[in-house]
Design a binder for this molecule. Structure first.
Ligand code: GCV
Length: 724
């Protein structure tokens, strides 16, 4: 055989293997990709540190955790890492030992008790320990759930190319209930959902349990999310019927090994709608006993059911006020039914009267503060991050800190109702972080929102954080590939509300795209600027609620018809003299709901942060801004800055082509083009509209809007997912 004959097959196969395209990237794997470690030196290093693994314990949680590690190691290290027998007999030099001290004497002997005492029920320890000439990486916790979270943390270290030579990590969640709120309807539409239909296929449940339910649970567990409210807060009582509860139970069975509890939304009028009662009055004994029986039925099917989320007397939803009862009467009646089983009630404070035109931003505080101390211990008041409604920027909600005798939890919106749906790239962690790190001064300086909701400021035992999900049944879960980062970041911040968004972005990028440093920096820059850019081209300087009526995607500062506090003119109050909502002591006095010195800071236009100026002040068009420009000029500049930044972001993305797979690169490129188009619509529509009041020219040097104002007023969106 000639040399050529010998090497030809090798050459052909080499050629084929390089010429064959890799599987198309769908984004389905989220941040749990487990692709081979790209750095060969690091790969070798990991391989010698992990020559095998042992799991002790045999609960369903340990089983899924072992499986996760097995799959992950195979992918990351590109070889089958053997599962080893009893650790005492192992001759290997370096291996992983995972389990609880109660299942392993070796772990109990190697992990100090004082460490375990610090980590509670869900925390974990990851520690490299020298034992009989071997290096053991111990992953442990007081419970199997701790081992699960520890294992995901360990995998994150590998995925982010971290040093694992001498580990000593102790981590525990700062918040007890870390929960997604799905606004999913039983017909599978998703309110404010932009990623396809609901994941919950009620028609095929309980019999058909697709892999996707498990993958949903894996993704959540990997970031520490431990609860899910399956149904919309605009609730349908049918989900509480036996037929649906069996379907819910089937999902709960899938999620349980991953430490995830299922919760439902309780429609307050359910006793009438599905129970045949004449009333849903919370003080009526028959109503209370109907709920007790219903709750007993739920627990007979789902023994670890989490509890209820309730939207009551808000935007037309029924509630205790229909019977002249208070929110506390309503919440406590449900809480009493749930208490024997350890269930909880998350009662939403998103309320505003549909008759009284009191500043809407004040109403939740007005209704709830008088009820402080009147809620049972298993009730949490669920408060949106800001006092109006998930706007691109709001001040923190004044209820944070104002109910020291009540459990208060925040609700963030992960789905981008007001931030460009699944079209605009907006990394939301900076928005969440801004709220969590706001100083309320409720107990003097350093009374951060984070310290209220983690229970440390007021000694609450029951703590929680909710995020309105952006997940649907599209292949990549969130529509926009970067929407995944918002799901991820919510979980990480719910685990630790003091974490910072940049660190979280970096982790996510490394796990989802690449560990190449230049690539990480490039993507991070885009992400970190993205929220401020969106604020600039949508609602700069504290403007708010000026969006398109109904679907909320585009601009609509001209919206003036219908219920006053659903219009835009109610919020921006532009006239020939100036613009902004006067919430000072001489206006609606919403500032009085904040503690000193926050209220004084907000009350004075000189000290009020400029990015909230028009939230709190109505100011003349010629008001002098810190930049030296007039308010009108500054407003224009901000709008233009926003669009310019999107253009810049598009350029930066193009430079990252080398490190992003083709599919996601193209998809994001296309979305960014739409984002620029629609950011421009925001800018031009708003500038032209406000110009009708300011009667001033658009400053020199700024490009002229492409169309007249009428065009923007009549514009219809035809290619945005989820808009109805
Ligand atoms: C689920 C906003 C949204 C509604 C949502 C409501 C709420 O008003 O537009 O779709 O309803 O908030 O949070 O209850």
């Amino acid at each position: 055989m000639s040399m050529l004959q010998k090497i030809l097959p090798v050459v052909i196969s080499l050629f084929l293997s390089t010429a064959l395209p890799a599987c198309p990237e769908t984004g389905y794997r989220l941040w749990l990709r487990y692709d081979k470690i790209s750095d060969p030196v690091l790969l070798q290093n990991y391989k010698s540190s992990i020559t095998g693994y042992v799991f002790v314990g045999n609960s369903p949680t340990i089983t899924v955790t072992r499986n996760e590690l097995k799959i992950a190691l195979k992918g990351l290290l590109d070889c089958e890492i053997p599962e080893l027998a009893s650790p005492e007999k192992i001759k290997k030099k370096s291996f992983i030992l995972a389990g609880t001290p109660s299942d392993s004497k070796l772990i109990a002997s190697l992990i100090p008790l004082h460490g375990l005492a610090k980590i509670g029920n869900e925390g974990f320890i990851i520690k490299t320990v020298r034992f009989h000439k071997a290096n053991i990486i111990i992953i442990t916790g007081n419970t199997d759930r701790g081992v699960l979270y520890g294992t995901f943390h360990f995998l994150r270290l590998l995925q982010t190319h971290s040093n694992i030579t001498s580990l000593n990590i102790l981590d525990t969640p700062k918040i007890k209930i870390r929960i997604l709120n799905h606004w999913d309807n039983l017909n599978r539409t998703v309110e404010r959902g932009y990623a396809g239909l609901s994941l919950w296929d009620w028609n095929t449940l309980p019999d058909s349990l697709t892999e996707r339910y498990t993958d949903y649970a894996r993704a959540n567990a990997s970031v520490g999310i431990n609860g899910t409210v399956l149904t919309n807060v605009n609730a349908n009582a049918l989900v509480l019927t036996t037929e649906y509860l069996k379907k819910v139970a089937a999902l709960a069975n899938v999620f349980r090994p991953y430490g995830i509890k299922v919760y439902l939304t309780a429609r307050f009028s359910a006793p009438v709608e599905i129970g045949g009662l004449k009333t849903a009055d919370p003080l009526d004994p028959e109503v209370a006993s109907w709920w007790k029986r219903k709750v007993a039925e739920i627990y007979s099917l789902i023994p670890d059911f989490g509890g209820f989320t309730v939207k009551a007397n808000s935007e037309g939803q029924p509630g205790p006020q229909n019977y002249n009862r208070s929110h506390a009467d309503g919440a406590n009646m449900l809480a009493r039914a749930l208490a024997p089983y350890g269930g909880i009630v998350m009662w939403r404070a998103f309320v505003y009267d549909d008759r009284v035109p009191e500043d809407r931003a004040k109403q939740a505080y007005n209704e709830f503060v008088p009820l402080d101390g009147k809620f049972m211990n298993n009730v949490l008041i669920q408060v949106k991050n800001g006092p109006v409604d998930f706007q691109p920027r709001e001040p923190f909600h004044p209820l944070f800190g104002a109910m020291p005798h009540t459990n208060v939890m925040p609700e963030f919106q992960i789905t981008q109702e007001y931030l460009g749906a699944s079209v605009h790239l907006v990394y939301l962690a900076p928005l969440f972080e801004e709220c969590l790190k706001s100083d309320t001064y409720a107990r003097g300086k350093e009374s951060y929102v984070a310290s209220i909701i983690d229970g440390t400021l007021f000694n609450n035992n029951l703590t929680a954080m909710a995020g309105v999900s952006n997940i649907g049944n599209v292949e990549n879960w969130t529509g926009h590939p970067f929407g995944q980062a918002n799901w991820y970041a919510f979980g990480r911040l719910a685990w630790n509300p003091y974490e910072n968004s940049e660190t979280i972005a970096e982790e996510w990028i490394k796990m989802t795209f690449s560990n190449d440093q230049k690539c990480v920096e490039g993507i991070k820059k885009i992400m970190m600027n993205s929220r401020e850019n969106a604020v600039n081209y949508m609602t700069p300087l504290g403007l708010h609620h000026i969006m398109y009526a109904g679907h909320h995607y585009g601009p609509g500062p001209w919206v003036s018809r219908g219920r006053q506090d659903w219009t835009s003119v109610y919020y921006h109050r532009a006239d020939t003299l100036g613009i902004g909502f006067d919430r000072t002591t001489s206006g609606s006095n919403a500032v009085s709901q904040y503690f000193s010195p926050v209220k004084e800071i907000f009350n004075n236009p000189e000290t009020c942060p400029e990015n909230l100026l028009l939230w709190f002040h109505h100011l003349p068009w010629d008001y002098k801004m810190k930049s030296g420009r007039t308010l009108w000029e500054e407003l224009c500049f901000k709008y233009y800055e926003g669009v310019d930044a999107v253009r810049q972001m598009r350029k930066e993305w193009q430079e990252l082509k080398y490190c992003v797979d083709n599919e996601r690169f193209e998809q994001v490129s296309e979305l960014m083009a739409k984002q620029e188009r629609d950011a421009k619509i925001w800018r031009d529509g708003c500038v032209l509209y406000f110009q009708t009041f300011s009667r001033r020219p658009i400053p020199e040097g700024l490009e002229k809007p492409e169309h007249p104002l009428e065009y923007y007023i009549n514009h219809k969106y035809t290619d945005i997912p989820g808009l109805r």
